[in-house]
Design a protein around this ligand. Structure first.
Ligand SMILES: [Zn+2]
Length: 464
C-alpha cells in the first residue's frame, strides 16, 4: 500500500489507510531509526517522539514506536503536543533525532511524519529517500505492537517548555485574548502558555477532536477565522489567535474582528518590532514576499534578505544570514531567540510584546503599506521540458534584467513596490507567474511583459 508520493520534500504525509497502512508506520519507524543511527553514528540513538491530536495518531504511534525500537532507537515519548515543542526538545533536552506524528493543517483523514534532527529538518532527497528504505523493511509476521509502551520511556516536558518560552519573552502588559485552536493540539498547550505569561484567555474550540468538527485548523484560509472574528467581539478580547493543526503557524484577528493579514501587516508588525529593538538587524522573508515589505524594513533601518520559499529553506536562510527573524508567507515565524525554528505559541508572545511596547504599531504598519494589486498566472508546460525550457527563459530574462534575483525562479524588482516572479511549480506541470504593482493595470502590464518573453519559448496555455 505504501505510496511513494507521500514522501515529500519536508515530510511524509498522506491519507491514512489509503496511502499508508499501520504496518507501513512500522516500516517507516524502523527505516528512519536505522537511517539516523547511521547518519549520526550513534547507537543506541536517543529519539524524541510526539504526536498531534488526530484520530489516527493513537493508532499509528504503537506501530511507529515499535518500528523505531526495532531499528535500535532509544525512544522517548512526549505524548500529544504541538510540533514546535518537539523542536524545543531537540535543543533543550539534547535529543539527536526526533519525529512528530502529524499532518499539520491537512483534513482529518490525513496523517504523517515530520522527521528532524540536530542538523534541522530531514528534507529533500533525504526525506524522499526514506521511501526506498521503508519499502525494503520486512514486517515481522508475528509483529505485536500491544506492548509498545514498554518499548519507550514516557516523558512530560510541558511545564518546562512553557516556563522556558515565558522566560524568553517578557510581557509588559496583560491582554485578554481568545484562542481558537480549531480542536487541534495547540488547544491543549497554547492557552496554558498564554496564561503562564500573564494573559487572560478565552478558549474557543480548544478541546481536542481530531475530526475538526468546527473548522479546519488552518489560519491561512480566511473562512476558518469566521468563528474567531465574531467571538473576539462578543467576548471583548484584544485579539484572537488561530493556529494550524500542529501549532507552527499563527493567524491573528484584531479586537473588531478583522483578520490581520500574515504576509503584510502581521509580518510588518513583527519586523518593525525587531528592527526597532535591534537597529541594523537582518531579517528574512521568502522570495514570494511583497517588495513593499523589504522597502519598509530598509526605511526602518533593518536589512531585509530573501530566502527560497519553503519551511526548511527559510530556516536555512535565517541561519546562513544570521537573521534575527524570518517570516514565511504561510504564517511560519522563525526567531533566532528559539534557535531559528518556528513556534506559533512563542510568536504570539512576541506579537503581544510588540503591541504592549507600541500600542499604535498595527496602525503605523497599516498606514505604511501601499495599495497594491497582485495577480498570479499559471502557464501549462509538459513536465518533460519544464526545467529545460525554464533555463532558457531564465537566461533571456537575465539578459534583459541583469539585477534579477535567481534564488528560486527569476524575480525582477522594478522599485516603487512593483515586482514580478516566474517560477517552476515543484509539484505540477506548470510555471507560476506572479506580479504585484500599484494598480491592477500595471500588474497586468508587468505580467504581460514576462509572458511576451515566454511566448518565444513555449505556446502559452493557461494551466487549471
Ligand atoms: Zn504546521
Amino acid at each position: 500500500m505504501l505510496k511513494p508520493t507521500i514522501f515529500r520534500l519536508y515530510d511524509i504525509r498522506g491519507v491514512y489507510n489509503e496511502e499508508f497502512s499501520a504496518a507501513d508506520c512500522y516500516r517507516i519507524g524502523r527505516a528512519y531509526a536505522e537511517h539516523e543511527a547511521k547518519k549520526l553514528q550513534q547507537s543506541p540513538l536517543k529519539m524524541y517522539i510526539t504526536g498531534d491530536g488526530r484520530v489516527s495518531t493513537p493508532e499509528i504511534l504503537p506501530y511507529f514506536i515499535t518500528g523505531l525500537a526495532d531499528g535500535g532507537a532509544d525512544v522517548h515519548f512526549g505524548g500529544m503536543s504541538p510540533t514546535p515543542h518537539n523542536y524545543w526538545a531537540v535543543y533543550h533536552k539534547k535529543y539527536p533525532a526526533a519525529c512528530v506524528v502529524s499532518a499539520s493543517h491537512n483534513p482529518a483523514k490525513y496523517n504523517g511524519f515530520k522527521p528532524h534532527d540536530v542538523h534541522g529538518k530531514v528534507y529533500g532527497d533525504e526525506c524522499m529517500g526514506l521511501y526506498e528504505k521503508a519499502l525494503a523493511i520486512e514486517v515481522p509476521e508475528d509483529l505485536d505492537v500491544n506492548n509498545w509502551e514498554s518499548r519507550c520511556t514516557k516523558v512530560d516536558y510541558k511545564q518546562e517548555y512553557i516556563e522556558y518560552l515565558v522566560s524568553k519573552c517578557e510581557q509588559p502588559k496583560k491582554f485578554r485574548v481568545l484562542v481558537d485552536a480549531g480542536n487541534a493540539v495547540p488547544g491543549a498547550w497554547y492557552p496554558d502558555l498564554l496564561r503562564a505569561a500573564g494573559h487572560e484567555v478565552v478558549e474557543l474550540f480548544c478541546d481536542i477532536d481530531g475530526n475538526f468538527p468546527n473548522h479546519q485548523p488552518d489560519p491561512l484560509e480566511p473562512e476558518n477565522a469566521a468563528h474567531a472574528q465574531k467571538a473576539v467581539v462578543e467576548y471583548g478580547c484584544d485579539f484572537a489567535f488561530l493556529y494550524d493543526g500542529d501549532g507552527d503557524r499563527l493567524g491573528v484577528v484584531d479586537s473588531v474582528g478583522n483578520i490581520i493579514p500574515s504576509r503584510s501587516v502581521m509580518a510588518g508588525v513583527l519586523f518593525k518590532d525587531v528592527v526597532q529593538r535591534k537597529p541594523g538587524v537582518t531579517v528574512a522573508m521568502d522570495v514570494m514576499s511583497s517588495l513593499f515589505l523589504q522597502e519598509m524594513i530598509t526605511n526602518w533601518g533593518g536589512n531585509p534578505v530573501l530566502g527560497v520559499t519553503g519551511h526548511a529553506q527559510m530556516m536555512e536562510c535565517l541561519h546562513d544570514n544570521n537573521a534575527e527573524m524570518a517570516c514565511e508567507f504561510s504564517g511560519h515565524i522563525m526567531t533566532q531567540e528559539l534557535h531559528g525554528y518556528d513556534d506559533a505559541g512563542y510568536a504570539t508572545l512576541v506579537f503581544l510584546r510588540a503591541i504592549a511596547e507600541n500600542p499604535n504599531i498595527i496602525n503605523e504598519v497599516r498606514e505604511e503599506i501601499p495599495t497594491t494589486t497582485d495577480i498570479t498566472k499559471y502557464i501549462a508546460v509538459d513536465d518533460a521540458h519544464k526545467y529545460e525550457t525554464f533555463e532558457k527563459m531564465k537566461q533571456k530574462l537575465l539578459e534583459l534584467y541583469p539585477s534579477a534575483i535567481t534564488l528560486d525562479g527569476v524575480r525582477v524588482n522594478f522599485g516603487n513596490s512593483e515586482w514580478c516572479i516566474l517560477r517552476c511549480s515543484n509539484s505540477t506541470p506548470c510555471y507560476k507567474l506572479r506580479a504585484e504593482a500599484r494598480t491592477p493595470e500595471k500588474a497586468e502590464q508587468l505580467a504581460q511583459q514576462i509572458l511576451d518573453i515566454m511566448a518565444e519559448y513555449i505556446e502559452l496555455k493557461p494551466f487549471h
